[in-house]
Design a binder for this molecule. Sequence first.
Ligand SMILES: [Zn+2]
Length: 287
Amino acid sequence: VGSGSAAALADGADLIAAAARDAGVAVSRLGGVGVGLPTMVDPATGAVASSMLLSDWARIDVARELADRVRRPVRVDNDANLGALAESLYGAARGVGDAVYVKASAEIGAGLILGGRLYRGSGGLAGELGHVHVRRDGNLCRCGSRGCLGTSASSTAMLELLRPRFGPGLDLAGLLTLVRRGDPAAYRVVTDAGADLGRALGDVCNLLNPKAIVIGGELGAIGEPLLGSITAGLQHHAQPEAAAVPVMSGALGLHAEAIGAVALAAATTQQDQARAEPPLTSVSEGA
Ligand SMILES: [Zn+2]
């Protein structure tokens, strides 16, 4: 464990203790702990599987490391997967067997519910929507490719475009305010990003034919200008039959990923277990 990740794991254990204290429950009485990470997680082990996107965490078995610290079973998954799980169990895609959840924030990620189950792919990479290619001559992405969706449709990309006009202090709350006021520059940046999101999601619809697309994350709060431009982009690029899919805001807002983490940890009902199929790491023998 590197120094950065070790400190974060210690902070994570402290957060778990603080949350339990706030709820009036001893950590020792928790049935389990669910953790979401903004990176690729190996579905077989719960370890961080990507060395590219969260380099200090590469191959660290977060579930095992945290379980050793809090002495409770820990389950770990990609944060967008957890958002998808929550929205499909309790939110906008409740009861929908085939749905795509997009976590649109400083990065873009997606969670796929296919045939009533969370689909993680062979190595946990499924749903890396932010690295789908949308612009041939687009900006360089930190993954090494060019024109990835995240370089044009993330909040990071939107703020980079707007800061020369509105100042270096512009943050996400400021962006949301500008959009609400109908500022034409902010509106343009949002609808351009939505068009790129729609283009990528159009290909997703051609491949997977989902019944619902749920937009979550911090950008989900933008609502109609973003949803409308996503829908238009999607309809432009998907086959007509595949494009007939509602694009909606998440019902759980910024709580989706946390609720999904709880569902992953609990997985008490058969339906929850079937949807989540989580990797489970118990406390080490004799720890
Ligand atoms: Zn990329």
